[in-house]
Design a protein around this ligand. Structure first.
Ligand SMILES: Cc1ncc(COP(=O)(O)O)c(C=O)c1O
Length: 350
């Protein structure tokens, strides 16, 4: 790949121009002041929490339906993770957030799951009313918007992951933090590079070795140029699912791409709830359609060893039915039409 050859020929591995160009381009794309490339999406969340001054003894509200990384980030800064339930769109439910707030609550971590941004008007109002910080996990939602504002640009900071299966994936691990706040940006630049001042090299904070590799940044910079086309394709595929499957009462689909002008969803995943889920998945498999269930089929409250609260009844119900239908840019419209045929036949027979 010429881009990689170019980086290798220059011996430009760490904190070189490709990284800074990518950071500038992604910040411009999102309309945010700062983008700081880091080693992965999990450390991006930890750094965001540290910048929000979340520390030992604090409580952080995290949705029950997310990758363990969201909760792990809060745990590793010393906070207690408090799970909130999810709504019908599978995102954190603002009503549930309200019920989980205590005197110790310091921050809310909305997770913009499956490529959809939560109702950030409601969440920002809750945060304002209760003096809480927002540290957004937009690992799955780069390019998604609520009321025209990009996921990752609400709150103290937002972050994303460039894990290979993400909508903007690199050739390994990678992540970024976004913020409009100059102080937060300076702090995260310190944290990602051993706490060293980028100007003097003086160590002024306990930091991490957590930079985004220059070669990954070069690849991401290249892919960013056509990222909007990838989103358009995903939304077109989602439209077919909506059109073909909405009338099947046994299925709960994600909101369609044009169903609500406040939301612009990018469909990182197409997560549904299905009656007779396991039989449907087997039927799809028998017909050549592979499907998966996020997090191995368990949400956070079901990982008993983590000892988290489990009063999240909507999530508990959802885990009996949820799974992902195929969604990626290598699918053709005809592939999705075929998947819809297979599903329609299944429910007609049963
Ligand atoms: C919702 C969510 N949060 C956080 C992460 C963590 O990102 P990473 O794997 O880059 O650390 C992921 C991705 O795997 C994710 O899906």
């Amino acid at each position: 790949m010429p881009i990689i050859n170019d980086v290798l020929a220059r011996g430009a591995y760490i904190m070189q121009k490709d990284l800074f160009e990518f950071e500038e381009n992604l910040a411009k794309y999102l309309g945010v002041k700062h983008c700081i490339g880091v080693a992965d999406g999990t450390i991006a969340l930890m750094m965001g929490l540290r910048a929000a001054k979340v520390t030992e003894g604090d409580e952080v509200i995290v949705p029950s339906h997310t990758f363990v990384a969201t909760a792990a980030a809060a745990h590793h800064v010393g906070a207690k993770v408090v799970l909130a339930d999810c709504g019908r769109d599978h995102l954190i439910d603002p009503e549930s957030i309200l019920k989980k707030i205590t005197k110790k609550t310091k921050a809310i971590m909305p997770v913009q799951l499956n490529g959809r941004t939560a109702n950030m008007d409601m969440i920002c109002k809750i945060a304002d009313d209760h003096g809480l910080k927002i540290v957004e996990d937009s690992a799955q939602a780069l390019g998604s918007k609520f009321k025209g504002k990009f996921a990752g640009t609400f709150g103290v900071s937002g972050s994303c992951s460039f894990y290979p299966s993400k909508t903007l994936g690199c050739f390994g691990d990678g992540g970024a933090v976004f913020t409009d706040n100059d102080e937060v940006a300076d702090y995260i630049r310190l944290l990602r590079d051993h706490g060293r001042s980028p100007t003097t090299g003086n160590v002024i904070e306990w930091g991490y070795n957590s930079r985004l590799d220059n070669v990954q940044a070069a690849v991401l910079n290249y892919k960013l140029k056509t990222y909007d086309q990838a989103i358009t394709k995903r939304r077109a595929l989602a439209s077919i699912y909506t059109e073909r499957l909405s009338d099947i009462p046994e299925l709960l689909l994600p909101p369609g791409p044009n169903s609500d002008p406040n939301h612009f969803d990018i469909f990182q995943n197409y997560e549904v709830e299905a009656e007779q889920r396991d039989a449907l998945r087997k039927h799809l498999d028998d017909n050549g359609v592979k499907t998966i269930i996020q997090w191995g089929g368990k949400t956070l409250h079901q990982f008993k060893d983590l000892k988290l609260n489990d009063d999240v009844p909507r999530t508990e119900e959802m885990t009996k039915k949820f799974f992902l239908l195929p969604m990626n840019t290598s699918l053709e419209n005809s592939d999705v039409e075929y998947i819809c045929d297979v599903i329609t036949k299944f429910y007609k027979k049963n």
